[in-house]
Design a protein around this ligand. Structure first.
Ligand code: GLU
Length: 307
């Protein structure tokens, strides 16, 4: 299939929709981003790449980082990790407090904020140091993306820290239920740092290849996870990767995917390719409006949904 032609066709078809959606403004450093940007990248397992639009512009990966921290924690703790968090869709906004209260501080899944904060906390506990844990996370991302220049934007993380009341509330609530080892402030600060990592769609699609290929990067042959662990991560991406619109994403796109409020989305076609799309304006659920539309068009044109 001529993937380049498919991407270019999609790029043309989405043009009338530029201007729809709204950039995330609850993180002040993200609110000034030009919403009229769009990039779509694919990399197949043999390393062939296809790109259209602004695929070299870095953006804040935000919640997409939760995928990498989950991978690291799963590798360290294996199934013991599930004593601290579940794998069920929450059906609630990503930063909801109510469910966490009546479920005694055990987050529904690793991709809502509470779950991701627990995962980050478990990494800090393992490395006994928050700076070390962040270094491991950043190096892991550099490794799977095969790019040593990847870094984080301190302006974005400090901007989030200044408006951290809700995430700190989640962390404090979990601490009160003994589901946090470190101080809430420390866990949340490290969480914001990995959310503030900057990448573009070329780097992100590359970083998805290990998840498309049973846990082993097909280009470097490095093994990160077992095939079984990889299937589980993909399952959690499919059911929980798009906040409380995960059902809708499965319905319209049907690929394991994870989105972030920076407007990025990553997706995996198991056995075939890594995908990343980016456009900063978000829909009502906090997922990239044009990104979701473009992925929907992609599966319609290629038949590459898993269903
Ligand atoms: N750092 C963001 C927050 O905690 C992540 C949000 C997201 O991308 O879902 O609010």
């Amino acid at each position: 299939m001529d993937y380049q032609a498919v991407l270019e066709e999609i790029y043309k078809e989405i043009q009338p929709h530029f201007g729809e959606g709204k950039v995330a403004d609850y993180i002040p450093a993200l609110s000034s981003i030009d919403p009229r940007q769009f990039g779509f990248s694919i990399i197949t397992q043999d390393g062939s790449t296809y790109n259209v639009g602004d695929t070299q512009t870095d953006f804040s990966i935000q919640s997409i980082s939760k995928l990498f921290t989950f991978t690291l924690a799963l590798d360290i703790y294996s199934r013991d990790l599930y004593t601290r968090l579940g794998v069920e869709p929450s059906g609630n906004p990503f930063n909801s407090l109510v469910q966490l209260e009546y479920e005694q501080g055990k987050p529904r899944n690793p991709f809502i904020n509470a779950g991701a904060i627990v995962v980050t906390d478990s990494l800090i506990a393992h490395y006994q140091d928050d700076y070390k844990a962040f270094e491991v996370i950043l190096n892991f991302i550099r490794d799977v993306a095969d790019d040593n220049t990847i870094s984080f934007d301190p302006e974005v993380s400090s901007s989030e820290m200044e408006h951290a009341h809700r995430n700190l509330a989640l962390a404090n609530l979990m601490k009160s239920f003994n589901n946090l080892d470190n101080e809430p402030n420390q866990a949340v600060q490290t969480y914001f740092k990995h959310c503030a990592i900057s990448m573009n769609t070329q780097k992100l699609s590359r970083a998805m290849l290990y998840l498309a290929n049973g846990g082993t990067d097909p280009l470097s042959n490095k093994k990160y996870l077992t095939p079984q662990q990889t299937r589980r991560i993909n399952a959690v991406m499919l059911t929980c990767g798009h906040y409380d619109a995960s059902g809708e994403f499965a319905f319209h796109v049907g690929l394991p995917g994870k989105s972030g409020v920076g407007g990025g989305i990553v997706a995996v076609v198991p056995g075939k390719m890594g995908i990343s799309v980016w456009s900063p304006a978000l829909n009502h659920y906090g997922n990239s409006h044009l990104g979701t539309l473009a992925l929907q068009k992609f599966v319609e044109k290629t038949g590459l949904s898993i269903f």
